[in-house]
Design a protein around this ligand. Structure first.
Ligand code: NAD
Ligand code: MG
Length: 389
């Protein structure tokens, strides 16, 4: 930490849903946080606007063709600029960064996370795909680094809060809650004709488009079961998903004596974001308060695996291990985008993922280069499957 005790952040994906909510916390608590690096995928305007407001030392854009535009806008303000995935990853290692906030979407979160771990930076991890793709590798790297990972995902933040003061051997199981998404009450016939607009209408959360569609297929929950396994070191059979349509209980931990602890709050990501930025300390009113009325009806039900087959992919991924989850993630990135672009029907998402799984060679103990190769291969196969669908 620097002398003034202000924590200096590098926000990867600062213009997205998690990124902007992170900056909302920074803006409200300037005595605690400042920003050294801001970065976005390809849209220059919102990045420029953020940079002029938060004055980072460096602004990075992943899309290299946009660098001249970014430089022209920020050079007069004395803000350095860079472009491309390598520049982004390198930015995580800067001396003026105390914590990396990984708020980018999909596979693009892996490299910056690995570099942040290599440089011993703490990480507020929103990008769950990093742990889905390469959880084993990340955990191996963490063993050799002072880095600590603080989960931003609301369910994992809830589990972390429930585990405070507990010992590992007292935990019986983790109960990860799921809203059930927009299609929870739809029957199979209606679901077959689900449109992009339907999938993007999440009942409780306002999020980026990719994760909103992942929530509609419930693959997001499968990813969160995998994420929980790697974050908390609990075997897959002791982690289950339960549907809780109100999204007030953000997850629970059951202990060996029969006690269950739950964390409750309004569905507002600023609460888990603030808890992660503070390395599990609490800020005053990070998010609106929960009222007793909002807690008056809390219901729980079993997920319907026939209707949401993507949820079963968590078990497939963890049973087979190795590069399996990396394949699932890559195929989903392609299928999810194709669905959003109107090139694939809703039901095609699961079909493309499983067909890709059948075609990519299994690697039992992948190294970093194997994950890169698996991701490339699975993306290419999934793209061809989408074209033929
Ligand atoms: P988003 O689509 O709103 O934002 C993504 C951000 O990443 C944008 O700033 C975009 O410019 C940037 N980006 C995209 N591609 C990039 C690339 N190749 N390189 C660098 N930057 C790139 O997404 P989001 O909803 O904020 O989600 C971000 C991550 O947080 C995802 O992994 C998601 O699963 C996770 N998450 C989100 C929420 C939520 O409420 N939004 C909740 C839990 C977890
Ligand atoms: Mg979540």
């Amino acid at each position: 930490m620097n002398q003034s005790d202000i924590k200096r952040l590098a926000v990867v994906g600062s213009t997205g849903s998690i990124g902007t909510q992170t900056l909302d916390i920074v803006e409200r608590f300037p005595q605690l946080y400042s920003v050294s690096v801001l970065s976005a995928g390809s849209r220059v305007e919102p990045l420029v606007e953020q940079a002029l407001k938060f004055r980072p030392a460096l602004a990075v854009i992943a899309d290299e063709s946009k660098l001249p535009q970014l430089r022209e806008a920020l050079a007069p303000a004395g803000i350095a600029t860079a472009a491309g995935p390598e520049a982004l990853a390198e930015a995580m290692t800067r001396d003026d960064v105390d914590m990396a906030v990984t708020a980018t979407v999909g596979y693009s979160g892996l490299e910056p996370t690995i570099r942040a771990i290599g440089a011993g930076k703490d990480i507020a991890l929103a990008n769950k795909e990093t742990l889905v793709v390469a959880g084993d590798l990340v955990n191996r790297l963490l063993k050799k680094s002072p880095t600590k990972i603080y989960p931003v995902d609301s369910e994992h933040s809830a589990v972390a809060q429930c585990l405070v003061g507990e010992t590992a051997d007292s935990v019986r199981r983790l109960i990860i809650t799921a809203s059930g998404g927009p299609f929870r009450t739809w029957d199979a016939a209606r679901l077959a004709n689900a449109t992009v607009a339907d999938a993007l209408r999440h009942p409780n959360w306002s999020m980026g488009a990719k994760i909103t569609v992942d929530s509609a297929t419930m693959l997001n929950k499968a990813f969160e079961l995998i994420e929980a396994h790697y974050l908390f070191g609990i075997e897959p059979r002791r982690i289950r998903a339960v549907v809780h349509p109100q999204s007030i209980v953000h997850s629970m931990v059951e202990f060996k004596d029969g006690a269950i602890k739950a964390q409750l709050g309004v569905p507002d990501m600023r609460l888990p974001i603030a808890y992660a930025l503070g390395c599990h300390s609490r800020l005053d009113q990070a998010a609106p308060r929960l009222t007793l009325e909002q807690m008056s009806s809390l219901t729980f039900e079993e997920p319907d695996l026939d209707k949401f087959p993507c949820l079963t992919l968590a078990r497939t991924a963890m049973d087979r291990g190795g590069n399996t989850a990396c394949v699932i993630n890559a195929a989903n990135e392609v299928a999810n985008l194709a669905f959003r672009q109107g090139r694939l029907p809703y039901s095609g998402i699961y079909d493309v993922i499983t067909a890709t799984l059948d075609r990519v060679a299994h690697i039992a103990e992948p190294e970093y280069a194997d994950y890169v190769a698996t991701n490339d291969e699975a993306c290419a196969i999934a793209a061809a499957l989408v074209d033929k669908y």
